[in-house]
Design a protein around this ligand. Structure first.
Ligand code: 13P
Length: 268
């Protein structure tokens, strides 16, 4: 595989000084890796100050959300256009946004399109709830989310985006992630295989090979190696474990070790 992609989604945690301190610690601990791309997704409030503090050789930034209209009377919103100079990525359609902020399939579709239009790579989150899995609807849910989310894109654009498979039932509340109900590699393998096959059928083979697919949901250092062995998994979208510099840097190190076939060293 190419570079492993690891995205730390800080969700609605850390004020400006806490975020700055965490970045400082991460910059101390994480060397420049050529085989792992590390992306931090802090709150909207701290994107600007962190962009100044950030060592660009080590990290890139992602916004957790944005609004799909480029400019206008939309009180409280920040557009993709406003974020273009600041971030490489935007997380779109996270299950928490779908659930708590009622983002429907059409809104997620418009956000993916706005992201691509503004030269920002969307990280499109898809995944089923526990009830949907229990009812055997996982593939149908993934189908519907991919159908709408990707519908405005060309095959070349699809090849450039990131899809994060985040089963909703495996996402922690940010405090108990270590012993949360994590997905099994086999379940992830089936979902990732479905996503790549969908993209191959609807777009083309190249798009299906080039699109990067992440796993998200209670990701901790211990699971990294096993999940990278799952065919088609290119990295992780990490929530709770990204708020602690020790666990997050351990995840990055484990990815680097996996790339080196298990060999220890800090070859940067
Ligand atoms: P956790 O890693 O805390 O389960 O969060 C996953 C997630 O929602 C990342 O976007």
């Amino acid at each position: 595989m190419g570079k492993i992609l690891v995205v730390g989604n800080w969700k609605m945690h850390l004020n400006a000084s806490q975020a700055s301190l965490l970045l400082h610690r991460l910059q101390e601990r994480i060397p420049i890796y050529k085989d792992v791309e590390v992306v931090l997704s802090p709150s909207m409030l701290t994107l600007q100050p962190l962009s100044v503090q950030l060592d660009r050789r080590k990290f890139r930034l992602a916004a957790q959300n944005a609004y799909f209209v480029d400019e206008g009377a939309f009180t409280g919103e920040v557009s993709f256009t406003m974020l273009r100079e600041l971030v490489h990525y935007v997380i779109v359609g996270h299950s928490e946004r779908r659930r708590y902020f009622h983002e429907d399939l059409d809104m997620v579709k418009q956000k993916v399109a706005a992201s691509v239009r503004n030269d920002i790579t969307p990280i499109l989150c898809v995944g089923e709830t526990k009830t949907e899995r229990d009812d055997g609807e996982t593939k149908q849910v993934l189908h519907d989310q991919l159908l709408s989310g990707l519908s405005n894109l060309t095959p070349a654009e699809v090849g450039n985006i990131v899809v994060a498979y985040e089963p909703v039932w495996a996402i922690s509340d940010g405090t108990n992630f270590a012993d949360h109900f994590i997905a099994k590699p086999q379940q992830v393998a089936e979902a990732v295989d479905y996503i790549r096959r969908y993209i191959k059928d609807v777009f083309n083979d190249k798009a299906s090979r080039e699109v990067r697919i992440l796993y998200g949901g209670s990701a901790v250092p211990d699971i990294v190696q096993g999940f990278l062995d799952v065919p088609g998994v290119d990295g992780f979208l990490v929530g709770g474990a990204s708020l602690n510099y020790h666990t997050f840097s351990s995840i990055i190190q484990a990815c680097h070790r996996w790339q080196r076939g298990g060999k220890e060293d800090a070859d940067a």
